[in-house]
Design a protein around this ligand. Sequence first.
Ligand code: NZQ
Ligand code: ZN
Length: 390
Amino acid sequence: MTQFTYSIPTKIIFGPDKLGKLGKELSKFGKKVLMVYGGGSIKKNGIYDKAAASIKEAGLELFELSGVDPNPKVTSVNAGAEICRREGIDVILAVGGGSVIDCSKGISAAAAYDGDAWDLVIGKAKIGKCLPIVTILTLAATGSEMDSVGVISNAETEQKLVIGAPALRPAVSFLDPTLTFSVSAYQTACGSADILSHIMEDYFVDENGSMYMLDRFKEGMMKTVIKYAPIAIAEPDNYEARANLMWTSSWAINGFSGGLTNCEWTNHMIEHELSAIYDITHGLGLAIVTPRWMRYVLDETTAPKFYDFAVNVFGVDPSLPQMEAAMKGIECLEDFLFNKLGLKSTLTEIGIDDKNIDVMAKKACSGKETLNGWKVLTPAQIAEILRACL
Ligand code: NZQ
Ligand code: ZN
């Protein structure tokens, strides 16, 4: 019997030229704002100036943490939390993609914790009071703008783990598709692969994990990414394409279409191990792993779902035998990822060999005997999938 609690309290302000409202939204939480951002793209494309002007106009005090890396590191989280404690920050403003927003979530949780933020990530200490988070999204990909988790890396221990709590869901997110016009073709491709993966991780689940209505909704979202990602790559300023990708990124993972099952997100668990060691772009890792995982788990029991995927998402001929249609669906996905998006298709091409495969396969099980996704996988099976990616 389908049962769930639905609560997505993030206020979304969608559309161009809305940053004038930023100061007013922030002032609802207090006077002192910590703006968190990455390597400088927001200074080049003018977002920084617009945000700072609105903050100034509202009479708020602005503090900054810059230089947050892709695959954000716990060192940045600790640095931000230290500023929050020292300055008595009231609200965090994350301006960037998933890495900046995730780092801000770590800071939000760690601000009230007088120790290493990594303790909160690994569960050594409990997340207590969190600071409110407002985001300005600049890259459509992770859905962090509307979900309650962040992913933090520890370069010393080569771990990349999820931190999550209901209070980490952003209070307000500004979603202006024009702010993503400057995203490179490569990051647009990786972001689109990530959005697609979030939908697929919740689509390829056991029968308790979905509903007819939600499956059709997910197929619609997948079709949206498949239609608009190549357009956004060819025409970076295409508002319709950027808007569709942005809103799909948020809905792919905001809790509306998922969470009905305890199925672990197999491809994400495997990819996080790749980026923990090799610091690769998350969406690229997913693009390489996912089709290999699909071929590995395709059998008589999983074929009906792959058939739906092939027919409803890629328009494969429904009169084909189930297994043949299922295989064609996987081929269509490969064509989309590697030809239409232009992503590299093997680990070898991105400089990863078989050296750490067994280590990553074991770590992907998070200390358990198996990785408990749609198909339960042992470390040896995960290693086979990774070897197929070479
Ligand atoms: O650092 P800056 O200079 O801002 O440049 C960034 C970065 O180099 C650039 N960029 C962002 N917006 C731009 C832009 N460049 C030009 N114009 C813009 N408007 O893009 C690069 C990548 O940014 P990043 O934030 O790393 O990308 P993404 O949004 O894909 O985030 C990836 C991180 O999120 C995690 C991933 O594992 C990875 O660490 N994830 C977070 C999730 C979540 N919170 O729910 C779920 C995901 O599955 C994922 O694991
Ligand atoms: Zn992802």
